[in-house]
Design a protein around this ligand. Structure first.
Ligand code: GLU
Length: 282
């Protein structure tokens, strides 16, 4: 049976782009009487705020989205909350360690910049981690816990990672060229986004992940995690990112297009979901 999810990160108010992606996720999960679960991705305590988490749920309910709560999907208190699931992420770190695919990394951002032979694109938040900075194979195998270390996944250099996106068709990314050894655990004691999202999509039995196209490259990374963990990966559907009328990507800080503001201006849910963006701008 289909099982989808809404997984916002509460670092700000949701905007019209989130609304459209989440509405698509809800519709696809419901196609054959499937289930939709809700997960608050609030691991980064410095950036996430509880008031944004409750605002997101309220805004999505106003929009008409519904998800299942209760013991089956989130316990009696409602939806899943990642900050309450740390033991599970530590368990997944252990499984990755046992698979021999991750290693502790003591290199700083400056070490990485120094070792890079070519400048990386400005808009690429994470430069390719230089293979010359990898420790020897087997490093970290004896560690009982992650400790205060970054841990990275050793990508299979040159391997093409492919998947078929339900909305965009076949996709291919080359490990070591399009992305490098990525973080699975942070030295501040938190799992990385890639680890947490795979751990939870698996635990929650998600059959299709619907999210924005900004995460296409993350999907390639996540497929490597599924393989190392010997878990079946879900299907994928990456929704187009919508841009503001100036051609800029919408961000949580994009004024005027948050669901809060649109609602305060008297916009109806159907307009938020369907109207051309120009007509929504103040
Ligand atoms: N929580 C992530 C975000 O809000 C999305 C995670 C996902 O859909 O995989 O950007």
């Amino acid at each position: 049976m289909a099982r989808g999810r809404l997984a916002p990160t509460p670092t700000g108010f949701l905007h019209v782009g989130h609304a459209r992606t989440f509405a698509l996720a809800a519709a696809r999960a419901r196609r054959d009487g499937g289930t939709l679960v809700y997960r608050t991705e609030d691991l980064d305590g410095a950036r996430c705020r509880p008031e944004f988490a409750s605002a997101a749920m309220e805004d999505l309910r106003w929009l008409g989205l519904e998800w299942q709560e209760g013991p089956d999907v989130g316990g009696p208190d409602g939806p899943y909350v990642q900050s309450q699931r740390r033991p599970w992420f530590a368990e997944v770190w252990r499984r990755l360690q046992a698979s021999g695919t991750i290693y502790p990394c003591d290199k700083s951002r400056r070490d990485v910049d120094r070792a890079l032979t070519a400048p990386h694109a400005e808009d690429d938040a994470e430069p390719i981690f230089p293979p010359s900075l990898r420790p020897a194979l087997g490093s970290g195998q004896a560690a009982a816990e992650p400790g205060s270390m970054n841990w990275r996944f050793r990508v299979p250099d040159g391997e093409s990672i492919t998947f078929v996106d339900a909305l965009r068709g076949p996709q291919a990314f080359v490990a070591g060229r399009d992305f490098g050894d990525f973080l699975v655990w942070r030295k501040d004691g938190l799992p990385s986004y890639e680890l947490a999202v795979v751990a939870d999509d698996h635990a929650m039995g998600i059959t299709e992940v619907v999210r924005g196209a900004d995460l296409l490259l993350s999907t390639a990374r996540q497929l490597l995690l599924y393989r190392s963990l010997d878990w079946t990966a879900p299907a994928w559907a990456h929704a187009p990112l919508i841009q503001d009328p100036h051609g800029r990507r919408l961000a949580k800080r994009s004024a005027g297009l948050s669901l809060r503001e649109l609602r305060a201006r008297g916009c109806r849910p159907a307009e938020v979901l369907n109207a051309p963006l120009e007509s929504l701008v103040d």
